[in-house]
Design a protein around this ligand. Structure first.
Ligand SMILES: [Zn+2]
Length: 250
């Protein structure tokens, strides 16, 4: 899946979790967490950025180009540690790692006179995630990317949703929805990495379902075919419409 589409899927996932969206008699969101409108929006941009996190293993991905040169160097290191693209960061181990980092960042709090309790770790991590989301808008120049990330990060830091679990939850939702998105393309993901259970040759020869389990252990439900396909663009348009409706109705 392309960077911008991953970011949109993150925003859509957060809005689905937090916003009860009803069109006619159809409920399009779970509204499991009750949040104020601005809390929902802050969470949506963080979740959009988190939905780009797993591609931190790819030096050419949106995320690697978000805050040059730091992000390019980091992406090369993460790619090496995670065993290359679509391996460690696209697995259950990767999901647990990102949840741990988000929880660690969120558990750093301090009392500031006039502001009360603030969460600098969550605010800094949010700035990073928001810069990823902003960068996924293709025509954005790097300097403007930094400016928007800092402004939006301050907004998130000062207006963080009241439920304290919101930050790790937004990161978790973003990372999971990214991996699910990649599993809808031909490449798929190996959720069990570093364990690799490859499909036997006879399985791979079965028409249609033979494409769902690969020799390299990756699993896919390739309804979107290749990354950037027409089907992916249709799904992205549907998600964009959903995000627009949910924001208006939030
Ligand atoms: Zn990916």
């Amino acid at each position: 899946m392309m960077g911008g589409h991953h970011a949109m899927s993150g925003a859509a996932a957060w809005l689905a979790i937090t916003t009860p969206v009803t069109v006619g008699s159809v409920n399009l969101g779970f509204g499991a967490l009750h949040m104020e409108r601005w809390e929902t929006l802050a969470g949506a941009i963080v979740c959009a950025g988190a939905a780009l996190l797993p591609d931190a293993d790819h030096h050419n991905a949106t995320i690697a180009r978000s805050l040059p040169p730091i992000s390019n160097i980091l992406a090369r290191i993460i790619g090496k540690v995670a065993g290359g693209h679509r391996n460690g960061t696209h697995s259950i181990l990767g999901i647990l790692f990102f949840i741990f980092v988000a929880w660690l960042a969120d558990s750093w709090s301090m009392e500031v006179s006039q502001l009360g309790v603030v969460y600098p770790g969550a605010a800094l991590f949010a700035i990073l995630l928001i810069s990823f989301a902003v960068k996924s808008v293709k025509f954005m120049p790097p300097l403007l990317c930094w400016v928007i990330a800092l402004a939006a990060g301050a907004f998130v830091g000062m207006n963080a949703p009241l439920e304290r679990a919101w930050f790790p939850l937004a990161v978790t939702a973003g990372v999971i929805v990214h991996i699910l998105g990649d599993m809808l393309t031909i490449g798929g993901c190996n959720l069990l990495w570093p364990i690799k259970i490859g499909a036997p040759r006879w399985f791979r020869r079965i028409p249609v379902i033979g494409d769902c389990w690969k020799a390299n252990g990756r699993v896919a439900l390739p309804i979107l075919a290749e990354t950037g396909s027409k089907a992916e663009w249709i799904l992205a348009s549907l998600m964009t419409s959903y995000v627009a409706i949910a924001i208006i109705l939030a």
